[in-house]
Design a protein around this ligand. Structure first.
Ligand code: HEC
Length: 677
């Protein structure tokens, strides 16, 4: 991907004066082509437009990483999930916290320069499936772009944080949310959105950087076919759907991954799962359901589709392809190939020719039981009968969490390895008996019948690991058992990764040996970055994620930016708030039927925030430790939204007081049964 650059002019090899002049025309000076060769900067989401997340810096390396120490920290003041990649340009770090708040910090000292709060309405928390998180900003010239949870795209003055323009990218027609980072492609800023389970129809939009005007919009799935198609690709896609999917949106949201190849002038966008998850419910007559679970190669000027590759045709398992897309030039069978790589939820590692979309290879990188292999002749997965859950619930691998989720990978051109935050997961899939779309809540079509719930006990536990994968041989080179987040690799032959036990760890890129650790005591899932200023190299990571100390009776989810450099000695700040083990537990109440009903309601509406089986994973308050006052105010909180300002919207529009009582009986039962004393 990388070619020599002088200033902002690209020299095409072999060098000829004529070509150099052409590539250097005056407009190019403010056109961002994405070949950022300033080794010290991290000015794009994946550092460079190819999203390799590899830093060419090597001042910190295997021989001295032991001297890495804390240089500064910055508290975001938020106690919800943090997933951001900080960007660093011209000595300033731009980092997002929960609720899409942007902080500009001095990258050397951590001093706060400005903060921008887009004022996301707190009741929207209910429509953010996976937390009120934000994965970062984009920068172009002297402007910073952020997508907010409530669907707006903001252009901010990079010096002051003031709004230059803002545009409502979703018009709040439906329960769309933005958690992903925008990307800059030439004179446009590209943004997707999420919300498939809430009944939305996915799309990705491009806005003119200067004016904020919509340049194009690419819908990822077709709408009501009795209405005109928005663009020709929708006519093609509609032929692969059956039934009346548009009433439930269809899904296919582009909520995270993008990459850009300036030479091919292709923008790659990953699309999400079908909604509801079951294809029998979504598209009862079958069909591939384009463009769910696909990598789309779009012309960034026109928004037209150049090619697509669907990783999971007719998705039936929530196997999104929104996972990190990474571009690299690999030597395969003796020739240098321009490839795009992805390790989506479905457990296969894909290597595609990124000019044509041709499949070069696909192999399992984790435990997979839904398909035997990918047929190289057709490019399609060969599904196994064990993956069909229409007649009875089944345990299938991977689970809806996927073999790899959004935490990004990295590619180290020196070792030739891709580092994947992988996990073996197993999910219980079963068809709900009478599916009814319920707007404003989580619609998957998955059964919570006693049979399905009982199967959970038999599912193998989640096994997380850091995987070093050879993308040419399609083989594992090493692995480390760790429950970690996004990855950074560096030319110092190091791989950095945070984990939910509150550590940031440096591994040897060639062997996986653990060389250095910093213990923050706050869960980390966000990917680290590295940058340099003056002579010094820095490594930064944002904390604020699931945190699982061995006794799991903590609540610690403190948003904080940690920056490390060689020789620094700042002590780790004290963080955290413990669930008070002395909080009294109310007596069990309610009939077994009520408790069972509460169990079902809890897993339908509450578990995604408060944790499976009422055991918090550290992101949001553990209900087993709620005080008598909270129990007394239960209906006010759960139905009427008394804690809406804290991000706990009331459920009075879909739950009754009897439901609230059943929920409380279940939570109390869990507290008595499972809380350590
Ligand atoms: C979108 C995420 C989300 C969902 C879904 C959710 N909650 Fe909450 N809940 C929160 C947040 C955030 C808080 C406030 C946490 C804090 O005080 O730090 C909260 C607080 C609470 C509290 C107060 C706890 C205490 O000890 O202070 C109760 C009770 C509660 N939720 C019950 C429920 C129930 C029952 C459901 C399902 C019907 C539910 N919640 C669904 C996010 C959620």
């Amino acid at each position: 991907m990388q070619k020599p650059v002088i200033g902002r002019c690209r020299i095409l090899l072999p060098v000829s004066l004529f070509i150099a002049l052409v590539a250097c025309d005056s407009r190019n000076a403010d056109r961002d082509v994405g070949l950022d060769l300033d080794a010290g900067a991290w000015s794009r989401h994946g550092r460079t437009a190819d999203e390799q997340r590899h830093s060419p810096l090597s001042e910190i390396n295997q021989s001295n990483v032991g001297e890495l120490g804390l240089a500064w920290t910055f508290e975001t003041g938020q106690f919800r999930g943090h997933e951001a990649t900080p960007l660093v340009k011209d000595g300033v770090m731009y980092v997002t916290a929960s609720w899409s708040v942007v902080h500009a910090l001095d990258a050397v000292t951590g001093e706060a320069l400005w903060v921008f709060d887009p004022e996301v309405p707190k009741e929207l928390a209910r429509y953010a499936c996976c937390g009120v998180v934000n994965r970062g900003v984009a920068i172009s010239n002297n402007a910073v772009f952020v997508g907010s949870l409530h669907g707006w795209l903001f252009k901010l003055d990079a010096t002051t944080g003031e709004i230059i323009w803002k545009v409502d990218t979703t018009a709040r027609e439906l329960h769309y949310t933005i958690t992903g980072a925008p990307r800059i492609v030439k004179d446009k800023v590209i943004i997707g959105n999420g919300g498939a389970e809430y009944g939305v129809r996915g799309y990705v939009s491009a806005y003119a950087i200067d004016s904020g005007e919509l340049a194009w919009r690419f819908w990822t799935v077709p709408g009501d076919p009795s209405l005109p198609f928005e663009h020709p690709e929708m006519e093609v896609a509609a032929k692969t759907w059956t039934g009346e999917w548009w009433h439930v949106g269809g899904g296919g949201t582009a909520w995270d991954s993008m990459a850009y190849d300036p030479e091919l002038n292709l923008l790659y966008v990953g699309t999400g799962n079908g909604s509801p998850w079951s294809r029998t419910l979504r598209s009862p007559g079958g069909g591939d359901n384009l463009y769910l679970c696909s990598i789309l190669a779009l012309n960034p000027d026109s928004g037209r589709l150049v090619w697509h590759y669907q990783t999971t045709p007719g998705d039936n398992w929530d196997y999104t392809s929104t996972q990190h897309i990474m571009l690299a030039d690999l030597e395969i069978a003796g020739s240098l190939r321009k490839v795009a790589m992805q390790a989506p939820k479905n457990g296969f590692f894909y290597v595609l020719d990124r000019a044509t979309g041709a499949l070069l290879s696909a192999e399992k990188f984790a435990k997979v039981t839904w398909a035997s292999h990918v047929d190289m002749a057709t490019g399609r997965p060969v599904e196994l009968p064990a993956s069909d859950y229409d007649d009875q619930p089944k345990i299938i691998q991977p689970s809806p969490n996927g073999a790899h989720n959004w935490p990004p990978m990295s590619y180290h051109p020196g070792t030739g390895l891709v580092y994947i935050p992988a996990h073996d997961t197993a999910g219980v899939y079963g068809l709900v008996e009478d599916f009814k779309f319920q707007p404003g809540t989580w619609n998957t079509g998955m059964s919570r019948s006693p049979k399905a719930l009982a199967l959970r006990e038999k599912a193998p536990p989640r096994y997380p690991y850091l995987l070093a994968w050879d993308p040419v041989a399609q083989k594992e080179r090493w692995r480390v058992d760790t429950n970690g987040g996004g990855i950074l690799s560096t030319a110092g032959d190091l791989v950095f990764q945070g984990n939910i036990n509150g550590e940031l760890v440096a591994y040897a890129a060639d062997t996986g040996e653990r060389l250095w650790v910093a213990t923050t005591n706050v869960g980390i899932i966000a990917p680290p970055i590295s940058y340099s200023l003056g002579e010094e190299q820095f490594v930064t990571v944002v904390s604020g994620s699931k945190f699982q100390p061995p006794d799991r009776d903590h609540l610690v989810n403190h948003g904080r930016v940690y920056t490390f450099k060689l020789g620094a000695t700042l002590p780790m700040p004290d963080v955290g708030e413990k669930g008070d083990p002395n909080t009294p537990i109310p007596e069990n109440f309610g009939t077994p039927e009520q408790i069972a009903e509460g169990n079902e309601l809890y897993h339908g509406h509450c578990a995604r925030c408060h944790g499976f089986e009422a055991v918090s994973d550290g992101v949001i308050r553990d209900l087993r430790y709620s005080t008598p006052g909270v129990h007394a105010a239960w209906n006010g909180i759960v139905l009427e939204g008394a804690f809406a300002e804290l991000g706990m919207a009331g459920f009075g529009d879909i739950l009754t007081p009897e439901d609230a009582r059943a929920l409380r009986s279940y939570v109390v039962e869990q507290a008595n049964a499972r809380r350590p004393r």
